[in-house]
Design a binder for this molecule. Structure first.
Ligand code: FES
Length: 103
């Protein structure tokens, strides 16, 4: 079953910005990459670091703990096998960014 969680207004997430929200104790990070919104779980699949503090290099987010790099468009590491970030569908609904979570 899928739940739709409003995270923030469209105006609150300008291009280049990110937004961390907590839903049922789970951290979700939204990124606005040149007008395209991506939503990921805040937990690094390597060892659990908070991805919200990672450095962005284009579409790639570098984990602040050990430096693994994840493409926000796929959730996976470019050019390498390995664990992927958990990504979520996100849509604009009535002026808000809404994330769909699977229960
Ligand atoms: S916890 Fe993210 S790279 Fe190790």
């Amino acid at each position: 079953m899928s739940r739709r969680i409003p995270v923030c207004t469209v105006e609150e997430l300008a291009p280049g910005e990110r937004k961390l929200a907590f839903v049922d104790g789970r951290g979700i990070v939204l990124f606005n990459l040149a007008g395209v919104i991506h939503a990921i779980d805040n937990t690094c699949p390597h060892n659990g670091a908070a991805m919200a503090g990672g450095q962005l290099e284009g579409n790639v987010l570098r984990c602040p703990a050990h430096g693994l790099r994840f493409d926000l468009r796929t959730g996976c590491m470019p050019g390498a096998d390995g664990p992927c970030l958990t990504t979520f569908p996100v849509h604009a609904v009535d002026g808000r960014w809404v994330v769909s979570l699977q229960d």
